[in-house]
Ligand binder design. Structure first.
Ligand code: TEU
Length: 557
């Protein structure tokens, strides 16, 4: 059965602060900038904001390399600014979830600085160190960002593991002190009043004992089977839930590359006491060959099969998340729609899917405007470490420059990271200075000001989709999913059906049927009273809010 919860009924809006709104002319988006746009978010009608990392960071990977978990990145503002953001969102009936990046830290984190100094340091075992093997790396694992997953550290006299960049050393979750540090830090933020966490690559935190070789053909290979959904990951998440999360009424969503619906049920199963939702990647892999840069055409039938597999796979077991793009992925309309002649139509179609499949929808900033991918003339315009490392590695491997750029145009993460397009003025109204990454030249046509003026825009369509969801909670949020014409090559057809008596009344008769492929505003037959309840996620919560029993976090990190 499906119990009610505010996070099931919510629509989440993802903010990538560096690219959202600059307030001081340094070309980097910041928290005061976000504050100045709260009215915009309120007009759109979203319930929750997911803020990508705003913690102190040397920005090797734009904030996903954290040097201090309890401080705000200078470029983004101060802790006071952040508090005003939390207050401003709460005052408008919106919630705030923070990014939790604890698979790794920055190499500038105090723990790592201590750890590398000596084998006897109490922090040594916070990270994963090994001696070399025959004068080479301890194993053959590749990093997600090219090359080996190991770096030799002169000061330490050993190699350390980094699944991402060399400046993102992996934490050692087998060490109970590391886990305690993470839980104390989470408690510290929760006591400030946040409403939950998005957990970065949380299914990678437990590595197989002995760190076995991947055993591929190349010099370095993807070792995922030895660290994705590793041996102790569920034990750790259950402990985290017991020690921290269960004491608050908050939402959690884990980013889990490589997870199947069967595996996902172990993370989000309602009886398991781990997470509320995960971000799966199977629909993101549909247009990839041997790796993400090997771009292949995708078919609607395969897309439907993946989405349907997740809809059916978690039904009655756990909750789905729904997303079609984020800060790591190309723009939805360029990838799954048509970003030329049918840009508006296809963005609305994709938005309809996002808001009417079963699960919690996540809108990535600019998606509601139909922002598109970008094609910069040369590599010097790109900023993303994954893109730059891949470019260098492929050039060294003899690949043609134009060929490499084609991959970047289709899949590069900077497609999603060009500044938010607010209006048709210089730099799209993002900054009065030089933006850290160039604005997409199409900002004169595609921008928020234009979209808010045009009643037929993607923005207003998204606004109405959110209203529709709120008005038909029993069908759109809690209703059953059924697919028709599954084998059809061109049509995507499904129904969402409310159970009589609403959520929790499994097995009851149908109260009505919602045609999910229909346009927002269409009539529905279900007897849903939620519309009358109006806005405000708290009114919809069926769970008693747990007492915030946690006491203040420990001293500094
Ligand atoms: O992403 C992890 C991840 O699995 C991928 O999406 C990855 O970013 C890459 O695009 C694979 O091709 C998370 C964050 O969302 C990402 O921004 C960070 O760079 C990464 O973790 C490391 O923290």
């Amino acid at each position: 059965s499906t119990s009610k919860a505010w996070w099931k009924e919510s629509v989440v809006y993802q903010i990538y602060p560096r690219s959202f709104q600059d307030s001081d002319g340094d070309g980097i988006g910041d928290i005061p900038g976000i504050l100045s746009r709260l009215d915009y978010l309120e007009e759109l009608g979203v319930d929750v904001v997911w803020l990508c990392p705003v913690y102190e960071s040397p920005n090797d990977d734009n904030g996903y390399d954290i040097s201090h978990y309890r401080r705000i990145m200078k470029e983004f503002g101060t802790m006071r600014d952040w508090e005003k953001l939390l207050e401003g969102l709460h005052a408008r009936g919106m919630k705030l979830i923070m990014d939790l990046v604890v698979n790794h830290t920055s190499d500038e984190h105090a723990w790592f600085a201590e750890a590398r100094l000596s084998k006897d340091s109490p922090y040594r075992d916070y990270y994963i160190w090994r001696d070399g093997r025959d004068g080479r790396e301890p194993n053959d694992w590749s990093s997600f960002f090219s090359g080996s997953a190991w770096k030799y550290d002169e000061a330490a006299g050993q190699y350390y593991l980094h699944l991402f960049s060399q400046r993102q050393p992996d934490l050692n979750w087998d060490n109970p002190k590391v886990r305690r540090e993470v839980y104390d830090m989470m408690t510290w933020w929760l006591d400030k009043g946040i409403d939950g966490f998005r957990m970065d690559v949380i299914n990678l935190i437990s590595k197989a004992p002995g760190l076995p070789d991947a055993g591929g053909d190349g010099r370095y290979s993807f070792g995922g089977e030895h660290f994705m959904n590793g041996p102790r990951v569920h034990e750790h998440l259950q402990e985290m839930n017991r020690e921290v999360l269960s004491r608050y009424d908050v939402m959690t969503v884990g980013e889990t590359p490589g997870v199947t619906p069967e595996e996902a049920a172990n993370y989000v199963g309602e009886e398991r006491g781990e997470l509320n939702m995960v971000f799966q990647f199977e629909h993101m892999d549909l247009d990839s060959g041997h790796d993400k840069w090997d771009v292949r055409p995708w078919k609607l039938r395969d897309f439907k099969a993946v989405m349907g597999k997740w809809q059916r796979g978690l039904a009655g077991k756990g909750w789905n998340s729904l997303y079609l793009n984020n800060h790591d992925q190309p723009r939805m309309v360029s990838r799954f729609g048509d970003d030329g002649r049918y840009r508006k139509e296809s963005a609305k179609l994709l938005g309809t899917l996002l808001h009417t499949l079963q699960g919690t929808p996540y809108i990535y900033q600019g998606e509601e405007l139909g922002m598109t991918n970008v094609r910069f003339g040369g590599i010097e315009h790109y900023r993303d470490i994954e893109t730059l490392n891949m470019h260098r590695e492929h050039l060294e491997g003899g690949r043609d420059e134009r060929d490499i750029l084609q991959g970047i145009y289709a899949k590069g993460r900077d497609n999603a990271r060009t500044p938010m397009q607010w209006d048709a003025s210089a730099q799209a109204g993002f900054t009065s200075g030089e933006p850290w990454i160039a604005v997409n030249p199409n900002y004169t046509d595609i921008n928020a000001e234009e979209s808010r003026r045009d009643p037929d825009s993607i923005f207003h369509y998204y606004r109405r989709l959110i209203e529709l969801r709120r008005a038909h909670v029993d069908a759109i949020v809690y209703g059953r999913f059924e697919e028709l014409l599954e084998e059809h090559e061109a049509a995507y057809v499904y129904t969402r059906t409310a159970e009589a008596g609403g959520a929790g009344a499994a097995g009851a008769e149908h109260a009505g049927e919602a045609a999910a492929a229909g346009a927002p505003g269409a009539e529905h037959a279900d007897e849903d009273e939620t519309a009358a309840r109006g806005r405000g996620p708290e009114s919809a919560s069926g769970n008693a809010a747990a007492d915030a029993a946690g006491d203040a976090g420990a001293a500094g990190e």
